[in-house]
Design a protein around this ligand. Structure first.
Ligand code: LLP
Length: 418
């Protein structure tokens, strides 16, 4: 179930016609649904019920401040991968005590910021990083809480670009050397070993890789407990997929049903880092058709949103449903839906069957709430799209459309050119 549905021929975002929003705020426009966000977060929260757990929403999927504030109000924590994400999480009111920090390339400045903010824990990805955190924590007269990110060598059966937990990947510490690393970590004076973390990839639509990876991690957890490590947190990462086309991913409850019996009795707090499954189907991207064109025996629909607004089709050949904001009964044709960017790789869909569209009509790119706006750029000097949050009949701008001035605001003209 989601909150972008037709009423008659007209697509609605909750109780607001999408056309109205596109006319009021302009296009390209990201529209998010409050109810959908809350529902997806709740699905996680309720799945784990009374079992001690923290849901650390993975900011990278969508960093809009209003989206973050809404999730913070539901009690959400954050999974961050940069100082910038820490800044956003704190600004949105997510409590530092619920923030976990992953990523293979944390800088000194970022580590200091996180230590000063008193985050829940660092998910450490290498020995070098461990030593760096120890050194910095020492200089600040603090102890850094850490988990080691374990690479369990499990194939998540997803797109190769978004799978992370196999031994050839740059992420984490090989599971067969984990005990050795934990021993090293425990000898560092300014490090407090508190957790174990794993994350194996994204857009995972099968339950088995989750269960296998958790099982492998539990073997390690038990071994660590035997060796008197006080592991308080088991962080199982994110990665649950959503339906873009016909995928039927398990629900958070399906996964919880499998995982809880495995974890029960181990005295740990469970941490999850879902991104896509919280925001993915809570957002759409609305675009306007600019021109229609035939070329090389193909029909092109040229729209005002491009790979700079939604990169997933170009980057991963990702599929997104594209539907008209006003349904018609016109003949169906096969089209490439392309953006205005000067690259052949700039497309939203290829060979897509669609009812004929006219110029100036609106199309909605579905399932665009995750890794849409957060991966967008201003390439070709196209200002950023606007963002709107809908709640029932109410809607509000949550991200102002970029301006030409925004494009150059950070630039500095050297004196010798003035
Ligand atoms: N935790 C860690 C350590 C991660 O690296 C990621 C995603 C997540 C959590 C959240 O994963 P999710 O629940 O969203 O699957 N840009 C790609 C996805 C990249 C995911 C990177 N890491 C896409 O558009 O499909």
């Amino acid at each position: 179930m989601h909150f972008f549905e037709y009423r008659g021929n007209e697509l609605y975002a909750e109780d607001v016609p999408v056309r109205l929003l596109a006319e009021k705020y302009g296009t390209p426009l990201y529209i998010y649904s409050s109810s959908s966000l809350a529902m997806h977060f709740k699905a996680y929260d309720e799945a784990y019920g009374a079992f001690p757990h923290i849901i650390c929403y993975a900011l990278k999927a969508n960093t809009n401040g209003a989206v973050l504030r809404l999730l913070a109000k539901q009690g959400c924590g954050a999974d961050i991968v940069s100082g910038g994400e820490l800044f956003r999480a704190l600004k949105a009111g997510i409590s530092a005590g619920k923030i976990v920090y992953a990523g293979v390339g944390k800088t000194e400045e970022e580590i200091r910021f996180a230590l000063k903010s008193k985050i829940l824990m660092f998910n450490v990805e290498s020995e070098d990083e461990l030593q760096e955190i120890d050194r910095i924590a020492g200089s600040m007269k603090l102890k850094a809480p850490i988990a080691l990110r374990i690479n369990p060598d499990i194939d998540p059966m997803t797109h190769p670009y978004i799978s992370t937990g196999m031994k050839e990947h740059k992420f984490g510490i090989p599971i067969d050397r984990a005990v050795e690393y934990y021993r090293k970590a425990s000898r560092l004076r300014n490090i407090d070993v508190v957790g174990v973390q794993k994350h194996i990839g994204s857009q995972i639509t099968k339950i088995t890789p989750f269960v296998d990876a958790v099982n492998r991690t539990l073997v390690l957890l038990d071994e660590l407990k035997r060796r008197d490590f006080n592991i308080k947190y088991l962080d199982i990462g994110g990665g649950l997929g959503i339906t873009y086309l016909t995928e039927k991913p398990p629900t958070p409850a399906d996964i919880a049903k499998k995982l809880l019996p495995l974890i029960n009795g181990r005295g740990v707090t469970l941490i999850m880092e879902p991104g896509r499954s919280v925001v993915g189907n809570a957002g759409i991207l609305v675009t306007k058709t600019l021109y229609l064109k035939k070329s090389g025996g193909k029909d092109f629909v040229i729209v005002d949103a491009g790979m700079n607004d939604l990169m997933r089709p170009s980057l991963y050949d990702a599929y997104h449903h594209i539907v008209p904001v006003l349904k018609t009964r016109r003949a169906r044709i096969k089209v490439d839906i392309v953006g205005p960017i000067c690259e052949s790789g700039d497309f939203l869909a290829k060979g897509r069957s669609l009812n004929k569209v006219g110029r100036g009509e609106f199309l909605a790119v579905m399932s665009a709430g995750a890794y849409g706006m957060s991966m967008s750029s201003t390439y070709n000097s196209r200002p950023k799209a606007a963002e709107v949050l809908v709640s029932g009949k109410t809607h509000a701008l949550t991200g102002r459309r970029g301006s030409y001035e925004d494009l150059v605001r950070h630039e500095v003209m050297p004196g010798f050119l003035k």
